[in-house]
Design a protein around this ligand. Structure first.
Ligand code: CO
Length: 222
C-alpha cells in the first residue's frame, strides 16, 4: 500500500515539475478553463483520462462513473453535459469505455448485485437491445469485448438525446460526439467511429427536442 503522506510529497514534486515547464502555469490555471473536450469515462483507476490522451490540466472537462453510463435522469451526468456544452462550449464529447471493465462484466451475470442493480441495469438494457448479435458470439471474452463497445455506442446515443447537444449542434455545428474504447493491454485508444450525424438524424423522430413554437411555425409554413 502506498503511504498516505507520500501523496503530499508527490504534490510538491508535481508543483515543481509544472513550474519548471512553465513558470506561469498556476497563474493560468487559476484564471480560467477553456477545454475543447468533454471526456466521459469509467471510474476504473487504470484509465486516467488526461494521461491517456496526453492532455494537461485545463484541456479536458471530465466525468467518470462506473462503466461510463449516461443515465437519462442522472442529474449529475446531465448537468456536466449541459455545462460543458452551453458554458464551456466544448467542440467534442468523448464517451470512452474500456475492455475488461468490471462494471460491464458484473452486468453480464444474471444475479443480484445489491445497490449496483439499478446502475448496471443500463448495461443489461444494452445487452437486451443487442441480444441477437451478442448471443451469436461463441467466446465469452469476445462477447464481453463486444458488450463494452455496444455500451459505448448506446451511452453515446444517450448523450446525443440531450437537449444541450441537439440545440448547440443545430446552432453551431458543435459538439460532435465520439465513442472510444481503451485497451488496458496495450494502452491504445480505439475510435469506434460512431456515425454522430446519422444517429442524430435517426433519433430525432423519437427524441427530437424542437420547441412547440418552432413546430407551430413549421406547420404554418406548410
Ligand atoms: Co470500467
Amino acid at each position: 500500500m502506498k503511504d498516505y503522506n507520500q501523496l503530499f510529497e508527490n504534490n510538491k514534486l508535481w508543483i515543481k515539475t509544472m513550474l519548471k515547464k512553465d513558470p506561469h502555469f498556476f497563474e493560468k490555471l487559476a484564471k480560467d478553463q477553456n477545454p475543447d473536450f468533454l471526456y466521459i469515462g469509467c471510474s476504473d483507476s487504470r484509465v486516467p483520462a488526461n494521461e491517456i490522451m496526453g492532455l494537461e490540466p485545463r484541456d479536458v472537462f471530465v466525468h467518470r462513473n462506473i462503466a461510463n453510463i449516461i443515465d437519462n435522469i442522472d442529474v449529475n451526468a446531465n448537468s456536466v453535459i449541459e455545462f460543458a456544452v452551453e458554458q464551456l462550449q466544448v467542440k467534442h464529447i468523448i464517451v470512452c469505455g474500456h475492455y475488461d471493465c468490471g462494471g460491464v462484466q458484473a452486468a453480464m451475470q444474471a444475479r443480484d448485485l445489491g445497490i449496483m442493480n439499478g446502475w448496471l441495469r443500463s448495461i443489461r438494457d444494452v445487452y437486451r437491445l443487442h441480444k441477437t448479435e451478442l448471443n451469436l458470439i461463441k467466446s465469452e471474452k469476445d462477447r464481453f469485448d463486444r458488450l463494452v463497445e455496444l455500451n459505448v455506442h448506446e451511452q453515446s446515443v444517450n448523450v446525443i438525446k440531450s437537449k444541450a447537444v441537439q440545440m448547440s449542434y443545430q446552432r453551431t455545428g458543435y459538439p460532435i460526439v465520439h465513442g472510444w474504447v481503451f485497451s488496458l493491454h496495450n494502452g491504445k485508444l480505439i475510435d469506434l467511429k460512431i456515425d454522430f450525424e446519422g444517429i442524430l438524424n435517426d433519433i430525432k423522430e423519437i427524441y427530437g427536442l424542437e420547441s412547440p413554437k418552432d413546430i407551430d411555425q413549421k406547420k404554418k409554413q406548410q
